[in-house]
Write a protein that binds this ligand. Structure first.
Ligand code: SAM
Length: 310
């Protein structure tokens, strides 16, 4: 499940004049090394992929851990695990939104995530609930775990923060971590999911600064207020990549005490590309359904899909 802010894409794409990162509170483990550099057109920017990271660090990780705690994905992926068997692995497990309920249901599921901050929050949640699991910090394309799994799931985490080659390598590694006959299931938002973004595949937007989404304000456990906003910095219809930027501000008594801002590269995939990538990675049986449902996807109606591959 994406945070509410992610559903709103700003329509303008020119580079922001500056990137800021004020951290007067606890410093984020995100080191801000990702460099933005201008490319040849004003509405397309490229991220320097050498230091690419996801944006789930610091205050963003905290937002996920505090406010993204339920959703229909939990039941859907739990059924997949129950039907196909354990041990299972939750790839991109985040702060444990799905993993912790799986463990509480008695399922043998491990978790792995690229962000050490998300893994730390996940570990805290696991301990609070008094359940047990093995957690690892690794990006998908470097997946290298000591165990093989009957089922591997990946919710809301595929195609983030890497190159297309990384994504294909990730699928290969997932396959290598499956026991014979094992199943890999993941969900995916098509680029058509956001009408405004989809329009920009055919026409560059006009305007100046990329616009931030409406602020999403939530009360945190420590009494401060967290304010999340997202904007789309660019969409490149040739490379099929989108760069979004997220900002979380922490407010106390009406004053901003910390602010973190990070970009994220998202690789955009259509259905058939993912099917071919799964085949290239060695999967032979691939079922695609409407997201979290057991029915064929419908043109114009479904922009969110589920893939089950073996
Ligand atoms: C949208 S959150 C979803 C978290 C969890 N699956 C859920 O549904 O609540 C995406 C997660 O994927 C992780 N992630 C992003 N890119 C990744 C990658 N290349 N490899 C592994 N994890 C990644 C992020 O750190 C983050 O925890």
């Amino acid at each position: 499940m994406l945070p509410t802010g992610l559903r709103v894409a700003a329509n303008n794409r020119r580079l922001p004049s500056s990137r800021k990162k004020i951290a007067r509170g606890r410093p984020s483990t995100h080191d801000g090394r990702i460099a933005l550099r201008r490319s040849i057109t004003p509405h397309v920017i490229n991220l320097d992929m050498t230091d690419m990271k996801t944006w789930h660090y610091g205050l963003v990780a905290r937002w996920w851990a505090e406010f993204n705690t339920d959703g229909p994905e939990i039941g859907y992926f739990q059924r997949i695990i129950e039907q196909n068997g354990t041990p299972a692995l939750d790839v991109g497990c985040g702060s444990g939104r799905l993993l912790v309920p799986f463990l509480k249901s008695g399922l043998d599921v491990d978790g792995v995530d690229a962000s050490e901050d998300m893994v730390r929050f996940c570990r805290e949640n696991v301990q609070t609930e008094g359940v047990e699991t093995s957690l690892y910090t690794q990006p998908l394309h470097e997946l290298d775990l000591p165990r093989k799994y009957q089922t591997i799931i990946c919710c809301g985490s595929f195609g983030l923060a890497g190159t297309r080659e990384d994504d294909l390598e990730g699928l290969r590694r997932v396959r290598r971590h499956l026991k014979p006959g094992g199943v890999f299931a993941f969900d995916h938002y098509l680029p058509t999911a956001h009408a405004k973004s989809w329009q920009s595949w055919v026409r560059a937007p006009e305007g100046d600064e990329p616009r931030w989404s409406k602020p999403d304000r939530r009360k945190a456990k420590d009494g401060s207020e967290l304010v999340l906003q997202v904007r789309q910095l660019s969409l490149d219809p040739i490379d099929q990549t989108e760069v979004r930027e997220i900002k979380v501000e922490q407010m106390r008594d009406g004053e901003c005490v910390a602010s973190e801002q990070m970009p994220l590269n998202i690789n955009l995939y259509l259905k058939s590309e993912l099917v071919w990538m799964l085949k290239l990675a060695g999967f032979t049986e691939i079922a695609v359904t409407a997201g979290l449902e057991d029915r064929a996807p419908m043109p114009y109606q479904d922009h969110y899909l589920s893939f089950v591959a073996r």
